[in-house]
Design a protein. Structure first.
Length: 121
């Protein structure tokens, strides 16, 4: 995958060098957690925006940026950061469009991370 792909493969390589909790690498543990959490976190963001709960949405975007940074999910990091920053400045008019882009980036990152999982023995 190129340097401009959806994942920072150097970040994943660093995580692969560390032992995980379930016999695999830390990368595998982190990927599993991300794949399980992503839909819930995106749904929480959507709900908060639908309710004009800007503070909850900002915190949700910040949390998503953090877990995405851990795995090197570049576009999810960028877009969740943009959303959190915009909400923090009170700029809510573009929040829905940013979330839609974030959901699309999440789908791409999820597919890329599924391909990066170590196959079970």
């Amino acid at each position: 995958m190129s340097a401009s792909g959806p994942l920072d493969l150097e970040v994943l390589a660093q995580l692969r060098a560390l032992a995980g909790q379930h016999g695999g690498s830390l990368a595998d543990d982190a990927i599993e957690a991300f794949l399980k959490e992503l839909p819930t976190r995106l749904r929480g963001l959507r709900d908060a925006l639908d309710q004009s709960d800007w503070r909850t949405a900002e915190h949700g975007a910040q949390a998503l940026r953090g877990i995405s940074t851990t795995l090197g999910a570049r576009e999810v990091v960028r877009l969740s950061g943009e959303l959190a920053d915009a909400l923090g400045r009170g700029e809510t008019s573009e929040a829905g469009a940013l979330l839609q882009k974030l959901e699309e980036a999440g789908t791409v990152a999820k597919a890329a991370l599924e391909r990066e999982r170590t196959p079970a023995p």
